[in-house]
Design a protein around this ligand. Structure first.
Ligand SMILES: [Zn+2]
Length: 67
């Protein structure tokens, strides 16, 4: 866990399941975004250990590049 993670966005203490090891992490790192046709979509998370080895997918807004 980094200092950045601790100080940024206080109050956001969500836990999430790591998509790699399927364990609950209290420091989820968003690594993938699944678009939904019927809703706002879903963000998938990984624990800090596995976030580094997963290739990040496009996040909301990143698909709107001019290229
Ligand atoms: Zn993991």
């Amino acid at each position: 866990m980094t200092r950045e993670r601790l100080t940024a966005r206080p109050g956001v203490n969500d836990v999430a399941l790591c998509i790699k090891c399927h364990k609950v992490t209290n420091a989820p790192v968003p690594v993938r975004w699944i678009e939904s046709t019927s809703g706002p979509g879903t963000t998938l998370y990984a624990c800090p250990d596995h976030a580094a080895e997963l290739t990040p997918g496009p996040m909301p807004g990143e698909l709107e590049s001019p290229f």
